[in-house]
Design a protein around this ligand. Structure first.
Ligand code: LER
Ligand code: MN
Length: 279
């Protein structure tokens, strides 16, 4: 299991500072926010290489693959195609994909938008396959998206898309809002689970909310999850759509990442099935 942090949580901090911090804190890599104007691939490779870190995944900018207007959907598809090229250039094996964050209801009809979403993802998945990349459909809570809110919906969605390189991204924070049984949701996603985001129930550090991370970690093991765990906690404060909260937010979120890594590694040890010597 590799551990990374989504650099979205560090706001506009430069990648050199983020990478130095993550390496020092013991992380394996980073999930890069896909602001394509923000980085050049060779610059990313050099900064992360200097710090012994990998790009574990990419998260998209806020585009809308399901929008009723064809022009908006085309912009979204074009964006994802550029993001895939960038992913290949920085060696990221997985690119995440989701509905436009903050759009919580259909503008036309749900069914129409869902079908646009399926078509857009199929189109992107073909190019991803050519580049040997996987797409992970992120399941978001109802206050951020109306499209995929539960693991069950995501399983149906990826089956409808029908491409072997399209799977699911479950996020412990969103699951805590939408899933009756978060550990069961991981088992339902099973071999379709391509990526996992970790933050506690209040989106703070693992251990600072009421999600049962030991149960989640055990479920990841039982599902045979081979992927990575990406931390996506934010510092305390309002406005879920920005990581930049009150004074001291950056120091707090750095503290949260260190605490979370320690606990996640502890839970991973506890979740190991007992060896022969322990019986
Ligand atoms: C949004 O809440 C989220 O969880 C992100 O991973 C989406 O980029
Ligand atoms: Mn997430």
């Amino acid at each position: 299991m590799k551990y990374g942090v989504c650099n979205w949580i560090f706001g506009a901090e430069d990648l050199v500072s983020t990478a130095a911090f993550l390496a020092e804190a013991g992380f394996d890599g980073v999930e890069l926010e896909g602001g394509l104007r923000r980085y050049q691939a060779d610059e990313v490779n050099s900064i992360l290489g200097d710090n012994g870190l990998a790009v574990l995944s990419l998260t998209p900018e806020d585009v809308d693959l399901a929008h009723p207007e064809a022009r908006v959907r085309k912009e979204a598809v074009d964006y994802y195609l550029r993001l895939l090229d960038f992913a290949a250039a920085v060696g990221a094996p997985v690119v995440s994909c989701h509905g436009a964050v903050g759009r919580v209801r259909a503008l036309a009809g749900y069914e129409e938008e869902y079908q646009h979403f399926v078509s857009g993802v199929r189109h992107i998945a073909t190019r991803a396959g050519e580049l040997n990349l996987r797409l992970a459909m992120e399941v978001l809570n109802r206050y951020e998206s109306h499209l995929l809110n539960t693991a069950t919906q995501a399983v149906e969605f990826v089956e409808e898309v029908g491409a072997p390189n399209v799977g699911i991204l479950l996020d412990a924070y969103h699951m805590n809002i939408e899933e009756a049984d978060p550990a069961g949701a991981i088992l339902d996603a099973g071999g379709r689970l391509f990526l996992f985001h970790a933050a506690d129930s209040n989106r703070q550090a693992v251990g600072r909310g009421h999600s049962d991370f030991l149960a989640l970690t055990r479920a990841l093991g039982r599902a045979g999850y081979p992927g990575d765990v990406i931390l996506e906690c934010t510092s305390t404060g309002p406005d879920p759509f920005t990581p930049i909260k009150g004074e001291g937010w950056l120091a707090e979120v750095r503290q949260f990442t260190k605490e979370s890594l320690r606990l996640l590694k502890g839970y991973a040890d506890l979740a190991q099935p007992p060896g022969k010597d322990d019986c």
